[in-house]
Design a protein around this ligand. Structure first.
Ligand code: HEC
Length: 244
């Protein structure tokens, strides 16, 4: 199934046929698991780089427990954001610090402001983007590493950037990554590829935080069914053993 209808360039009929940079993701396959330290590094990349333009509104601060943050750490993280609440008893809206139960606050007050700040293009919410694109993780990784100079003879549009993997090859997002764009506290070297990998893993998690539960339930069910089959075979043999 192709789930690429969300891309405006695709609707206009353009596609990119460049082969994706396929990666070995630890969360793929039936025994797939997220790598928690990669998720935490990816969250750092999201927060320090992508969050300037993109929200992750389906995730609340307390969801970060799922990638290993403690309640106290989450309170501190939430406290960095301001949300509009209200109305209060005087009928007025007011700003307050975000609480762990709030959803992530996005960078822009509304869609119009978001477009004004980005040359008319809308930076989509990233919480579900990995699911909204075919081969989402490989696509996102490739997109982040796919910026090139404009080839000769390509008619470049103003304020657009050339990206091999974006349908139509021109994207309004400037290349967001480079080597050492963040400094990792766990000593991992922040090469562009590493940073792209970590933020992709993080966004695979935001798209499906319940992935590990789903897979472990699947594996348990499978073992149960195998066991049941063996038992039933035994019962059948026993019942039929005296019949010629
Ligand atoms: C300076 C603002 C800015 C930053 C920073 C930024 N983006 Fe974007 N991004 C955009 C804009 C604008 C678009 C819409 C592009 C278009 O429509 O041509 C976009 C589009 C995207 C898309 C959608 C691509 C598609 O297939 O439709 C993804 C995925 C994405 N960004 C991921 C990221 C990630 C991950 C980061 C952080 C590493 C990031 N962006 C940082 C502005 C930004």
């Amino acid at each position: 199934m192709k789930v690429m209808i969300l891309s405006p360039a695709l609707i206009s009929g353009a596609t990119s046929d460049v082969k994706l940079m396929e990666q070995k993701w630890p969360f793929k396959g039936i025994f797939g698991r997220f790598d928690e330290s990669s998720l935490q590094r990816g969250f750092q990349v999201y927060r320090e780089v992508c969050a300037a333009c993109h929200g992750i509104r389906h995730i609340s601060y307390r969801d970060l427990k799922g990638i290993g943050y403690t309640n106290d750490e989450i309170k501190v993280i939430a406290g960095d954001y301001e949300v509009v609440d209200g109305p209060n008893d005087e009928g007025e809206m007011f700003d307050r610090e975000a609480l762990p139960s709030d959803k992530f606050v996005g960078p822009y007050e509304n869609d119009k402001i978001a477009r004004l700040a980005n040359n008319g293009a809308y930076p989509p919410d990233l919480s579900l983007i990995v699911k909204a694109r075919a081969n989402g993780a490989d696509y996102l990784y490739s997109l982040l590493n796919g910026y090139k100079d404009y080839p000769e003879n390509f008619e470049a549009s103003e304020g657009m950037y050339y990206n091999e993997f974006y349908p139509g090859y021109q994207i309004a997002m400037p290349s967001p990554l480079m080597d050492d764009i963040v400094e990792y506290s766990d000593g991992t070297e922040a090469t562009q590829e590493q940073v792209a990998k970590d933020v992709t893993s993080f966004l695979a998690w935001t798209a499906e935080p319940e992935l590990e539960e789903r897979k472990s339930l699947g594996v348990k069910t499978l073992f149960f069914l195998i066991l049941l089959t063996i038992m039933l075979l035994g019962v059948k043999r026993k019942i039929w053993k005296d019949v010629e």
